[in-house]
Design a protein around this ligand. Structure first.
Ligand code: ATP
Ligand code: MG
Length: 498
C-alpha cells in the first residue's frame, strides 16, 4: 500500500540529461518554478497511449512529491493518473517513482523535440504545441471520450444541381434536426454518381459542423481530387499495406461489466460472419474461447495474440488445425493493426482507411468489420451528445462505408448496432452500395433506419426500395444524374442531383 502522505514526502527525479533539457525549456519559456516543466512533460506523456520506454542514466535533481504534484486533490489526481495509465495498482513507492520518471523523461523529450531547435519566438511555438497536444476543454484523462462538438443545425443540399422541379428550390436534408435520423444510404448502378454525391454532401458537413470522420476506401476514389475527403475533412489516409492502422482495435472498457466477454463474442461473430457461415458450431466455440483468453491476458490485445491463443486452444483439445486457424493465420500474415491509439483518440480525428484491391478480399472485409466493431463499442458506450434548444443534436463522428456490399448482408453485429443505436450518441453512418438488395438482410432493414435514401438508376432488383419509394417506381428508368430521394418525414420524389 502506498499512502498519499508517503507520496507527498517522497523524492522524484528524472535523469541528469533530461534535467539539462528541462532547464533550457524553462529558460526559453520563462517558467520560474521547477515543477512547471516536469508537470507539463508528465501530462503530455500520459496523453500518449503507447507506453514510455524505461529510462536509465544518472538520476537528476530530486523534487519532493508535494512540490512536484501539489497537495490534496491535485496530489491524489496525479497519483491516480499514473495508476490508471498502467491499469495496475502501485506496488510500492519505488514503483511510482519509476512511472513518474519514465513519463517525465519522455514528456521533456517531446517538448524538446519541438522547442530545442526553435530560435525565434519559442514562447508562441510552445503554447501552440500545447494547445494541439493537450485534451481540449475540461482536461479529460488518457484515452477518454472527447467532449463532442457543439450542437447546431446542419442543412445539406443533395448535389450541386439538386432542385425540386415542383417548387424550384433545392431540397435540404437536415440530419441532426429533432426527430431526424442522421444516417444516409446511397445506391445505384456502376458509375451512377454515388461516390461523387456522397463526397459533395460530406464536404458540406465539414463546412457546417467540423466533425471527425472514418471512411473505408475500397477504390481509392475518396481522396485525391477537389472534393476528396483529404481536402474537405483534412483526413489522414491510412494504408495498412504501408503502415499498420494505429488503432487498439480490440479495446474494451474493463470497468464495464462483461465488456471482455462481449468483445470476445463480437470478434468471434465478426470473423465467423466474414467467412460466410463456413465456421461450424465447434469452431465458433473454440474461436470464442481463444478470443476470451487473448483478451484476458493481453492489453492491448492484438490479432496475433488471438491467433496464438487459438492455436493453443486447438492443441489442448487435440484438434487438428482447420479453416478457422488458417483464417487467423492468413489475417496475421502482415500486421494490420498496431495498438497505438485507444478508440477515443483514433476516432477523434478524420481518417480514410484505404483498402486497396491488391489486399486479399478477406483482409479488406476484416479490417472494415473490426474497425466498425471498435467504433460501435466506443460510440455506443459513450454518453448521448448534447442537443441545442431547437433540438439539433451534436455529431460526434461520421462513418462512411463506400462499396458497402462488401460488409452489408453479412449480419455484422457492429454495423447493425451502429445504424440502430448510434443516433443519440452523435453517430452518422453512410452506406453506399450498388444494389437495393444489399441493404436488406434477414435481421435488419437498414433502409428503414435511414434519414436520407438516394437511389440512382440501376437494373438490379428493386428489393427493399419498394417499401420506401412504392412499388410503381422504376429505378431503371432514371436518367443520368437523376435519383429517387426520400428524406425521412417527407414524400419520396424524383430529383435531378447532378
Ligand atoms: N456531381 C457530378 N457532376 C458531374 N459528373 C458527375 C457527378 N457525379 C458523377 N458524375 C459522373 O459520373 C461518374 C461516376 O461517378 P461516381 O464515381 O460517383 O459513381 P459511382 O456510382 O460511385 O460509381 P461506382 O459504382 O463505380 O463506384 C464520374 O466520373 C462523373 O463522370
Ligand atoms: Mg463509387
Amino acid at each position: 500500500m502506498v499512502g498519499l502522505d508517503q507520496v507527498a514526502t517522497a523524492s522524484f527525479a528524472a535523469t541528469r540529461e533530461i534535467d539539462k533539457l528541462a532547464e533550457d525549456i524553462a529558460r526559453k519559456i520563462g517558467f520560474a518554478h521547477r515543477y512547471a516543466v516536469p508537470r507539463l512533460a508528465m501530462a503530455l506523456s500520459l496523453r500518449t497511449s503507447a507506453r514510455p520506454e524505461p529510462v536509465s542514466g544518472d538520476p537528476g535533481r530530486s523534487i519532493r512529491g508535494e512540490n512536484l504534484f501539489g497537495t490534496g486533490a491535485f496530489l491524489a489526481a496525479w497519483v491516480s493518473f499514473f495508476i490508471e495509465y498502467e491499469g495496475l495498482p502501485l506496488e510500492n513507492i519505488a514503483d511510482l517513482q519509476r512511472r513518474v520518471r519514465d513519463h517525465w523523461c519522455r514528456g521533456v523529450k517531446l517538448l524538446w523535440d519541438r522547442l530545442g531547435e526553435v530560435r525565434e519566438d519559442p514562447y508562441n511555438v510552445f503554447w501552440k504545441f500545447l494547445a494541439e497536444h493537450l485534451p481540449r476543454g475540461d482536461g479529460l484523462p488518457v484515452g477518454r471520450t472527447e467532449p463532442p462538438r457543439r450542437p447546431g443545425p446542419i442543412a445539406l443540399p443533395l448535389g450541386p444541381a439538386a432542385q425540386d422541379p415542383s417548387t424550384g428550390t433545392p431540397p435540404l436534408f437536415r440530419p441532426v434536426a429533432r426527430g431526424a435520423s442522421p444516417h444516409v444510404a446511397i445506391m445505384g448502378g456502376v458509375g451512377s454518381g454515388k461516390t461523387r454525391t456522397a463526397l459533395f454532401m460530406l464536404a458540406e458537413i465539414a463546412k457546417q459542423a467540423p466533425v471527425p470522420l472514418v471512411a473505408f476506401d475500397f477504390k481509392g476514389d475518396l481522396t485525391g481530387d477537389a472534393t476528396g475527403l483529404d481536402r474537405s475533412f483534412a483526413a489522414e489516409v491510412l494504408d495498412p499495406l504501408e503502415r499498420p492502422i494505429p488503432l487498439d482495435v480490440l479495446a474494451f472498457d474493463p470497468a464495464k461489466p462483461h465488456a471482455r466477454e462481449l468483445a470476445a463474442q463480437r470478434l468471434r461473430d465478426s470473423l465467423a460472419a466474414l467467412k460466410g457461415g463456413a465456421f461450424g458450431a465447434v469452431q465458433r466455440g473454440l474461436l470464442g474461447d481463444a478470443a476470451a483468453r487473448a483478451l484476458a491476458s493481453h492489453r492491448p490485445c492484438r490479432l496475433e495474440d488471438v491467433r496464438d491463443a487459438l492455436v493453443a486452444v486447438y492443441e489442448e483439445h487435440g484438434k487438428a488445425r482447420d479453416g478457422a486457424v488458417e483464417t487467423l493465420v492468413d489475417l496475421c500474415r502482415f500486421p494490420l493493426f498496431e495498438p497505438k491509439e485507444p478508440p477515443a483518440d483514433f476516432f477523434g480525428r478524420a481518417r480514410v482507411i484505404r483498402l486497396r484491391q491488391d489486399l486479399p478480399d478477406l483482409v479488406r472485409s476484416v479490417v472494415a468489420a473490426l474497425v466498425t466493431d471498435a467504433l460501435d463499442r466506443w460510440l455506443n458506450a459513450g454518453p448521448d451528445t448534447p442537443v441545442d434548444p431547437e433540438g439539433n443534436r451534436a455529431l460526434r463522428i461520421v462513418a462512411v462505408i463506400d462499396e458497402a456490399h462488401r460488409i452489408l448482408g453479412r449480419k455484422l453485429p457492429g454495423l447493425s448496432n451502429l445504424v440502430r443505436m448510434s443516433r443519440s450518441k452523435g453517430g452518422m453512418i453512410w452506406l453506399i452500395s450498388q444494389s437495393p438488395d444489399d441493404f436488406e438482410t434477414e435481421d435488419d432493414d437498414f433502409l428503414a433506419e435511414m434519414g436520407l435514401v438516394v437511389a440512382f438508376a440501376t437494373n438490379a432488383r428493386p428489393g427493399a426500395t419498394k417499401r420506401i419509394f412504392g412499388s410503381r417506381v422504376e429505378l431503371a428508368d432514371l436518367g443520368k444524374g437523376e435519383a429517387f430521394v426520400r428524406i425521412r418525414g417527407e414524400k419520396a420524389r424524383r430529383l435531378r442531383i447532378w
